[in-house]
Design a protein around this ligand. Structure first.
Ligand code: GLU
Length: 303
């Protein structure tokens, strides 16, 4: 297969969709991007990296960072996380407070905001610097030492973070946070505001397609832990549209409100697409269309 030609073709096929949908602006620092950008990168499990469009342009990774914070907690033996967070799709918006109270402060899964706050809390306890741990992991795995936080986006999110703050206080009221609310929020905002390109993210997530084996050949996660992260991505990784994403794309995936999505073809590759305009479900509209094209044309899916 000529991967480069395929990616160029996909970029061309989705071009008419660019700008359809809406850029997330509930974090004002995020709302200022050009909606018509599009990038796609593929990091093959056995080496090569391919890309097309704006695949080298950094963007705000937002919720995609939640995959890496979870991987770090699990790789350091933090199985206690599964007593603090469930593994079921939520069926509610990613920032909903209602379910959290109804279920006594145990978030439905690690990828909705409440669950990710608990993961960040546990990583903070384990490392003393959860945001820094995620950043260092991303730098190491992508082999790009320049990756860092966009402080304007992090500050903007903190200034408008009333819902996340309410959620963190609710978790604390159920004794499901070990660290002060302010500390957990600061580190959560910091890993969400990390900026990376499609190329960086496809490389950083390549271990997910390699049974947990990272860039240096080191086993970051056991094959069983790796399988489980992919399973949670498949069922809970794309907001309240994980069923639709499984139907259209057929791969474990994790999206973010910055318009990025990573998707994993076990044993073959990790893909990252990015286009800032989102569908009503919060997933990149052109990004999902591109992944749909990719799996349809290659036949690479988990089904
Ligand atoms: N930092 C964002 C928030 O907490 C992440 C949302 C997302 O990408 O799903 O609202």
């Amino acid at each position: 297969m000529d991967m480069q030609a395929l990616l160029d073709d996909i970029a061309e096929a989705v071009a008419p969709k660019l700008g359809e949908g809406r850029v997330a602006d509930y974090i004002p620092g995020l709302g200022r991007v050009d909606a018509e950008q599009f990038g796609i990168a593929v990091a093959m499990a056995d080496g090569g990296v391919y890309g097309s469009g704006d695949w080298r342009r950094p963007f705000s990774i937002q919720s995609i960072s939640k995959v890496f914070s979870l991987a770090l907690v699990l790789s350091s033996g933090g199985v206690r996380i599964w007593q603090r967070v469930f593994r079921e799709p939520s069926g509610t918006p990613f920032n909903s407070l209602v379910q959290l109270e109804h279920e006594n402060g145990i978030p439905r899964n690690p990828f909705i905001n409440a669950g990710a706050l608990v993961v960040t809390d546990q990583l903070q306890t384990m490392t003393g610097d959860a945001g820094g741990a995620v950043r260092d992991f991303l730098r190491r795995e992508s082999e790009n030492p320049t990756i860092g936080v966009n402080q304007t986006v992090a500050d903007s999110e903190a200034a408008h973070g009333h819902r996340n703050s309410a959620m963190a206080h609710m978790l604390a009221s159920y004794d499901n946070l070990d660290n002060p609310v302010e500390t957990v929020l600061e580190h959560y905002f910091s890993h969400c505001a990390m900026e990376m390109s499609c190329q960086d993210l496809a490389l950083a997530g390549r271990f997910l397609s390699r049974n947990g084996v990272g860039a240096s050949g080191r086993q970051l996660l056991t094959p069983s832990q790796n399988k489980r992260i992919n399973a949670v991505m498949l069922t809970c990784g794309t907001y309240d549209a994980a069923g639709e994403f499984a139907y259209r794309v057929g791969l474990p995936g994790k999206s973010g409100v910055g318009g990025g999505i990573i998707a994993v073809v076990p044993g073959r590759c990790t893909i990252c697409v990015w286009s800032p305009a989102l569908s009503l479900s919060g997933n990149s509209l052109a990004g999902v269309a591109a992944l749909d094209e990719f799996t349809t044309r290659t036949g690479w899916s988990v089904f």
